[in-house]
Ligand binder design. Structure first.
Ligand SMILES: Cc1cc2nc3c(=O)[nH]c(=O)nc-3n(C[C@H](O)[C@H](O)[C@H](O)COP(=O)(O)OP(=O)(O)OC[C@H]3O[C@@H](n4cnc5c(N)ncnc54)[C@H](O)[C@@H]3O)c2cc1C
Length: 505
């Protein structure tokens, strides 16, 4: 199979990219599911009367603890206002109806009836490109520093095959599922990072994993479903197992996650090892307009959140590090682009709520434009022949559990050298076990997850000081902002640590 541009991932980043790229090129998009994008409740746009792009920029940098890639933040903030011409955001009278995210100076989250992600997905013109579903890329094909396509696995037929392309865009989301539980859907994994790293792409900020302060631990059917934290500005509070408030809720997400984690570990947890998210003081009309999807979700399980609190905990939510990109979503590999959550650098060490949804809309389109310009300049891709002898898949479920447990112990909200090192050893041994398992889908997926975990753990070990969502209990902040980049050096990861000029936290 052959195309100009192969887009890997069918969330908002991938779809926006494919739509834009298909204006000038032949595009195939592959996906396994819909990823996190349908859950985007709202996105940041500085539409409040007192707000502006500069203030939005400052909040994003401050939230990110000045670890952000400034050039990417500028593009994000400057492009945000253009979206009011593209989408119809909710209004109250003549004013935009905005929510206030944690860490933001003004109400800034604009939404489309609580279903912003779904609305953006529905706005895509899917006729302009080919979308192949239930297909997973497992390996990128690269020779002489140039990408030529990807080896893929068809989950319906159980067969591997190759898609050749002049350019490949990674839009395959974060890697939250290397944890035993997270707020992510099951199609999200470590493939994107591992595939990129294996062909020499540079990664950055791999230690920054954002924990959502409020994800359900009960009832069972809602496990991992997050509750939007803007509700703290509308009357919601947190209480411990003894019904006592234990934290100021209106703090940055990274700080709130630590406070919840500590209360559960060392204070008074609730029966399901969480804390109470108490929405009973949120006015009912606000609940039924701004937060109806959350109200309905619990109501379908027989719980009326306007009358009783629910149990939540902090869980891995979005990954802030990933494939290093420039302002055109280019990587250091010719023909390889990345956009959305699989890329790194934009959010720094702590993501401002509402910026991930904006990121995928803005950078998905930019990646599509840049990839189609690139494809217009290079020769047609060679059709790389199918040379697969599919192997019967190994049983990897037990090893997957071992990896996830190690990741949970090593990369939790609060980290230390000893636990990180133990987890690194486990991830390393699984990489060795599965590294030659070509054409075996289960084994390659576990190899990719183990490699991604290893790189994240390694980066977390290297960053000895605490910053944002990377909290080391064995060392405090050193006050400096620096990036940790990882690039393959021979068969080993090479680490580059670089001070970010001009910023001292
Ligand atoms: C529950 C939840 C609620 C959220 N709410 C908000 C919010 O209100 N506002 C906000 O700003 N952000 C929010 N976020 C974050 C935001 O949703 C994500 O960061 C964003 O949607 C990521 O989009 P994406 O297109 O990069 O990846 P995703 O939407 O995750 O899509 C990834 C795609 O890649 C595919 N894929 C993965 N691996 C492969 C592979 N190997 N081969 C082929 N396909 C692959 C997946 O199947 C999927 O199609 C939320 C996240 C979650 C989990």
């Amino acid at each position: 199979m052959k195309t100009d541009i192969l887009v890997i991932g069918g969330g908002v980043a991938g779809l926006r990219c494919a739509e834009e790229a298909s204006k000038n090129a032949d595009v195939i998009l592959i996906s396994d599911g819909s990823g996190a994008s349908p859950y985007i409740h709202g996105i940041n746009i500085p539409l409040h009367a007192d707000d502006n792009v500069e203030c939005f920029f400052n909040d994003t940098m401050k939230s990110g603890r000045y670890q952000n890639n400034t050039a990417l933040v500028k593009i994000l903030c400057q492009s945000s206002l253009e979206l009011v011409n593209e989408f119809c955001f909710d209004k109250k009278g003549n004013e935009y109806d905005l929510l206030k995210p944690l860490g933001s100076a003004y109400p800034r989250v604009a939404g489309i009836k609580g279903k912003t992600g779904i609305s953006v997905i529905r706005s895509i013109n899917g006729d302009s490109f080919t979308h192949l579903k239930k297909i997973r890329a497992v390996k990128l094909i690269c020779t002489d520093g140039k990408v030529h396509g990807a080896a893929c696995f068809n989950k319906v037929t159980g067969k591997h095959f190759v898609i050749s392309a002049k350019a490949v865009v990674l839009a395959c989301g974060g890697f939250g599922n290397i944890f035993p539980y997270s707020t992510n859907t099951s199609d999200i994994g470590g493939d994107g990072i591992a595939m990129a790293y294996d062909i020499g792409a540079k990664l950055c900020d791999m230690e920054f994993i954002q924990f959502e302060p409020s994800a359900a631990v009960f009832p069972e059917q809602l496990m991992g479903k997050s509750i939007i934290t803007t509700m703290f500005y509308d009357g919601a509070v947190l209480r411990n197992g003894q019904n006592k408030r234990f934290t100021d809720e209106r703090v940055d997400k990274d700080v709130l996650s630590v406070n919840i984690y500590n209360e559960i570990k060392n204070g008074s947890p609730t029966p399901h090892n969480g804390v109470y998210f108490d929405m009973t003081a949120v006015p009912l009309n606000t609940m039924l307009t701004k937060y109806k999807s959350y109200y309905d979700r619990y109501k379908s399980c027989g719980i009326d959140v306007s009358e009783e609190p629910v149990e939540i905990t902090t869980m891995p939510h979005t990954t802030l590090g990933g494939v290093k990109i420039n302002e055109r979503c280019e990587t250091n590999i010719d023909g390889l682009f990345a956009c959305g959550e699989v890329s790194g650098g934009l959010h720094g060490a702590n993501r401002l709520g509402g910026n991930a949804g904006l990121e995928v809309i803005v950078f998905g389109k930019l990646a599509g434009k840049a990839a189609s310009e690139y494809a217009g300049m290079v020769n047609a891709a060679d059709d790389v022949s199918d040379e697969f002898n599919d192997r019967e898949s190994l049983q990897t479920a037990e090893d997957k559990k071992i990896l996830q447990k190690a990741v949970y112990n090593g990369l939790n909200v609060i980290r230390c050298e000893e636990e990180l090192t133990m987890a690194l050893e486990i991830a390393g041994s699984l990489i060795n076990k599965y590294k030659n398992a070509e054409n075996d889908y289960n084994a390659v997926r576990l190899y990719n997850d183990s490699l991604t975990a290893y790189l994240s753990l390694m980066s977390a070990l290297k960053r000895k000081s605490s910053v944002g969502c990377h909290i080391r209990k064995d060392s405090a902040s050193d006050g400096y902002a620096y990036t940790i980049d990882i690039i393959k050096n021979g068969n080993k990861p090479g680490i580059e640590k670089r001070l970010i000029n001009g910023y001292k936290r």
